[in-house]
Design a protein around this ligand. Structure first.
Ligand code: AMP
Length: 420
């Protein structure tokens, strides 16, 4: 076959069935869990004024290196969204819905990342955000929602990592301690982390580069620097998760990749994936982000789960099969009339998944199509059947006899056969 002129850009994938079926099923389950917890769906635009995202923190890779940005024909500086929390906060600041505002979303994001398995330039997330409440019970409910979702899709080998980054006012003392720790042994750090240290010492904790591991493991932990308020909230989150039976591990050096987090931060790691790409989701509080975007001083908390990576984790554990979308019935017709069109339309209207052959194929070729399709029943209409107002129903997966039935009885008989 000749090589096509174009291929999907690096870091993107063409998704086809059954992957699309699994993805839709996953989003459907997330939607039902979110709705059951009082969340409404929002659909933010896929691109925003670049300022919406640069507010996320210039020190994070997502902003400094990975934004897809361009100038549009009106001279605006635009960026494709690298995540949706910032867009939801911008939406909140602009629309001012009643609080607490509980929003969920699903859709693609774009990051100019180095493509590899589980890391794409266009990837899908589902997520949920609650804006306008300081109550740590909200954090607990959000984490429980994510945990319930993983439970419903059957993914059991997933570990919840939990930390608190404290309030903005707790940060300077901790950053000083962190800086002093790393500066005491600068040579042990990777070159990139030495550069990161100058911009934001917190980000060094996020490094997965092997030379940094030792110094990170001995770094001071933020929980030792929490204000009384932040410590009490963190205690409540842990006790609440215990009360709900949601298992977690404390991860005192978990900082997450974006700069806006305060207080509760968490990540879900899939045990079945390689350590470098095992995060299937994460989130936390971002109490200053809405004000940074020019909105009110309202707090927020949320999470996003990577759809592509969650499905990879399911593959690793051999679960979450695609729902069956193959036809139940195949219509075979050798007449020149409209029978195949009419019968197909009638069955589809009755909710039966129905397909057929085209292009005037022979009876034999159409039956081959029927068998290949996975359908359980073939509806056969030849000239004789058409003239008599009848159809033949042939079971394709059993040795049962073919039956001749009245056209008027078609739907009832087909449904009977599908149920048996
Ligand atoms: P983040 O907010 O960056 O932690 O993203 C939340 C989740 O989205 C991650 O835990 C991943 O599962 C997923 N994710 C983030 N970036 C990518 C990417 N480039 N490709 C695929 N999934 C991603």
């Amino acid at each position: 076959m000749a090589k096509p002129s174009f291929q999907a850009p690096p870091g993107t994938r063409d998704l086809l069935p059954p992957d699309t079926d699994r993805m839709r099923q996953l989003v459907t389950i997330f939607a039902s869990e979110a709705a059951s917890a009082g969340f409404g769906q929002v659909i933010p635009p896929m691109f925003e004024d670049i300022g919406v995202f640069t507010r996320l923190g210039e020190a994070s890779d997502v902003v400094s290196k990975e934004l897809y940005d361009f100038e549009d024909k009106g001279g605006r500086r635009i960026a494709l969204r690298p995540e949706q929390t910032a867009s939801v906060c911008r939406m909140y600041a602009e629309q001012r819905p009643l609080t607490p505002w509980k929003a969920w979303y699903a859709g693609p994001n774009f990051r100019y990342d180095k493509p590899q398995k589980g890391r794409y330039r266009q990837f899908d997330q589902v997520g949920a955000e609650v804006i306008g409440s300081n109550d740590p019970d909200v954090d607990i409910e959000l984490i429980a929602l994510a945990a319930r979702f993983f439970d419903r899709i059957g993914l059991q080998r997933v570990t919840l990592l939990l930390n608190s980054l404290g309030d903005k006012s707790d940060r300077p003392r901790y950053l000083d301690a962190l800086r002093a720790h790393f500066e005491a042994d600068l040579d042990a750090l990777s070159e990139q982390s030495r550069a990161t240290l100058q911009v934001n010492p917190l980000r060094v904790l996020d490094s997965k580069r092997p030379p940094d591991a030792e110094l990170i493991a001995s770094a001071p932990v933020i929980v030792d620097y929490l204000s009384d308020d932040a410590a009490a909230a963190f205690g409540r989150v842990q006790a609440g998760l215990d009360a709900l039976g949601v298992a977690y591990q404390l991860a005192p050096r978990l900082v997450r990749g974006l700069d806006y987090y305060t207080r509760t931060t968490f990540e879900f790691a899939a045990d079945g994936l390689d350590a470098a790409q095992n995060a299937v989701g994460g989130g936390g509080r971002y109490d200053g982000l809405i004000a940074d975007l020019g909105g009110p001083e309202d707090p927020g908390v949320g999470f996003a789960l990577g759809v592509d990576r969650t499905l990879l984790a399911c593959d690793a554990d051999d679960l979450f099969d695609a729902p069956d979308t193959s036809p139940e019935v195949w219509v075979v017709s050798t007449t020149d009339g409209f029978e195949a069109l009419e019968v197909s339309a009638e069955l589809r209207a009755a909710g039966v998944r129905t397909d057929r052959s085209f292009d005037g194929r022979s009876m034999k070729a159409q039956m081959k199509g029927a068998n290949r399709s996975g359908a359980a029943v073939a509806v056969i209409i030849g000239a004789d059947e058409a003239a008599a107002g009848m159809v033949s129903l042939r079971p394709l997966r059993t040795d049962d006899e073919q039956a001749l039935v009245q056209r008027t009885e078609l739907v009832a008989k087909v449904k009977e056969m599908l149920q048996s």
